[in-house]
Design a protein around this ligand. Sequence first.
Ligand code: IPD
Ligand code: CA
Ligand code: CA
Length: 268
Amino acid sequence: MAEILETAIDIAREAGSLLANYYERGIGFDLKGDFDLVTEADRASEHLVVERLQSSFPQHNILGEEGGLREKNSEFCWYVDPLDGTTNFAHGFPMFNVTMALERAGELVAGVIYDPLRREMFAAERGGGAFLNGRRIRTSRASGLEHALLATGFPSRKRHENVNVHFFHQVAMSSHGVRRGGSAALDLAYVACGRLDGFWEFGLNPWDMAAGLILVREAGGRYSDMRGGPGSIQGEHIAVSNGPIHDELLALFADVFAGRYRYRLPQI
Ligand code: IPD
Ligand code: CA
Ligand code: CA
């Protein structure tokens, strides 16, 4: 497995430099949906990642955000987000990454997230720990939500149906604050290395969170769905934390799901 992870790290570094080159040149975008951007860089990065994965692991399935499933009838499947944080990227906001993760028979076994602007390579494999640029990382020790810094996100697809603003307000009032960085994979990587204490989001796709979830688990954190059931890359929502604050976060979510708001929105 170590060799597989090393290969994924090399591919992520190569795709990351490609993204950084496009970013420095400034790049236009197209719309996939009303507010869903895609750039030439998303497509070029996916092309590179998929080509490299196929030449190293010709038998593996690959599911990429832009190109869909390349089915090989294998128990191995790679999830690829060739550019996570496209809206940031297109606006020149320096927060994006390339990420890929490997699942074997339904279980996450390896993942990488690479931020080319900060040259930060987050990598983990099952049972082997989580690393940032080769150094071991662990989740934070925050023991209560009131001392925690969290992040969340809002999808660009079907955004009018998203209920997350209710959760955003309640968590923001209960903690040190909530960030919305615009890159789910980096949010998760930051929970893994202790820069954040927790994260949640509705409507993520498997490629957004596969690498981040294995990183968080290997760094000592926890994840589940937002109601406390098993967390899954196929799930409708995900709750992630350093571990110690998880139950408190789920209790707050349970109140919001039930319409019991601890903090009222002030009237304008
Ligand atoms: C998006 C980002 C964002 C999250 C969205 C994702 P993309 O991915 O991760 O932070 O809030 O839900 O779709 O479209 O930039 O790859
Ligand atoms: Ca994404
Ligand atoms: Ca993407």
